[in-house]
Ligand binder design. Structure first.
Ligand code: PLP
Length: 392
């Protein structure tokens, strides 16, 4: 049975119905949670397509079809975490002696995995400013197997021109992976811009309610997907049925949430720009954002992340983070609650001070993951925290 045919432009219909159908046994409108390790065979060699949940599970398969419909790709391979998805990508594409080029501003865990885990197996990683075409072209002169890009980059929100980077990488014979966690398939389509594979931490906007950790890889390349699925089963880190079910539930409102996150984030960013004591605000759809034209070209909206730096550097930044009340000081991003993070001591603590400095992640940088509360409520809280930070 195939899923309801929702056309490309009908985003909410795709999120709600894409790759899904009522349970054939009962008519249940939501895919049930198939909480089972194993599946009874009708006879030797005769079964309904499922044998053992590490290899495949009907609830997890529903999530994988739904994500595929959203990203306009083959069904996803879904994983226990975003890091597991990245690990599967690396294990599926890299061999001893291979070289990887990564964006210099990228989630700290991605670099840690490449350097400190894959490095021991002979994989060499070079961090490059992928936003600079000349620098990327130069880096690709050495034989490169894989290019990993994050745009907007977490946490500075620096953008990479994905179409240009993908064409340069393809000329050099490399596979191109884009981590699309921060924008989701709702706001950016890297596969349409030339990427070979998209990475998601579904922990963030896709599930969106701070309830699960998860990851996914999406591609239109059957051979690459087959290789990823082999690694997923061989290593054994697939998503679990209950987490898959919660993620499916979250996806139903993803387009609505991304529109609201983006609208509120733009208002908060514009308000922050007007506040005394705020030195710099980064948000891709702000008039002042240096790469705004690129943002308008490759993104459908600005997303929910805003970063800013206060006069007075780290000490003032930390005072602000200690003064918020409605906003929560927490590691995650992309959920209904507004979260504030100090990248230097939290998400990017695994980078060396030199790497952080090169990436522009200073001690005074604050990352705001704008939630779904009223913009006025978020601004009111930031206002009192800013006053407390600057007054002290
Ligand atoms: N990619 C990005 C952009 C992230 O921000 C994160 C986590 O913060 C990850 C990947 C890793 O995902 P997870 O925490 O689900 O393992």
């Amino acid at each position: 049975m195939s899923g309801f045919d929702v056309s490309r432009s009908h985003l909410c219909a795709r999120a709600i119905h894409g790759g899904l159908w009522p349970d054939p046994a009962t008519g249940a409108i939501l895919t049930p949670i198939y909480q089972t390790t194993t599946f009874r065979h009708e006879a030797v060699g005769v079964h309904k397509g499922y044998t053992y949940t590490r290899s495949a599970n009907p609830t997890v398969a529903a999530l994988e079809r739904n994500l595929g419909a959203l990203e306009e790709a083959l069904p996803a391979a879904s994983f226990a975490t975003g890091m597991a998805a990245l690990a599967a990508l690396f294990l599926a594409t890299l061999e001893h002696g291979d070289r990887v080029v990564v964006s210099d501003v990228i989630y700290g865990g991605t670099v840690r995995l490449l350097r400190r885990v894959l490095g021991a197996f002979g994989v060499v990683t070079e961090a490059v400013n992928t936003a600079d075409a000349d620098e990327l072209r130069e880096a690709l002169r050495a034989r490169t197997r894989l290019v990993v890009i994050e745009s907007p980059a977490n946490p500075t929100l620096k953008l990479t021109d994905l179409a240009l980077a993908a064409s340069l990488a393809h000329e050099a014979g490399a596979v191109v992976a884009v981590d699309n966690t921060v924008l989701t398939p709702v706001l950016q389509s890297p596969l349409d811009l030339g990427a070979d594979v998209v990475v998601h931490s579904t922990t963030k906007y896709i599930e969106g309610h701070n309830a699960t950790v998860g990851g996914a890889l999406l591609t239109r390349d059957e051979k690459l997907l087959e290789r990823i699925r082999f690694v997923q089963n061989a290593v054994g880190f697939p998503q679990a049925p209950f987490e898959a079910w919660l993620t499916l539930r979250g996806i139903k409102t993803l387009p609505l949430r991304m529109a609201r996150h983006s609208a509120t984030a733009l208002m908060v960013a514009q308000w922050l720009e007007r506040q005394p004591g705020v030195r710099r605000v980064a948000y891709p759809f702000l008039d002042s954002f240096p790469q705004r034209d690129l943002a308008l070209r490759q993104q459908r909206a600005g997303g929910g992340l805003v970063t800013f730096e206060l006069d007075g550097g780290e000490a003032t930044g930390i005072r602000l983070l200690n003064s918020v009340r409605l906003c929560a000081l927490a590691e995650n991003l992309g959920a209904v609650e507004t979260l504030v993070t100090h990248p230097v001591t939290m998400t990017h603590a695994s980078l060396t001070p030199e790497e952080r400095e090169a990436a522009g992640i200073g001690g005074g940088l604050v990352r705001l993951s704008v939630g779904l509360e009223e913009p006025e409520a978020i601004i009111e809280d930031l206002d009192q925290a800013l006053r407390a930070a600057v007054r002290a």
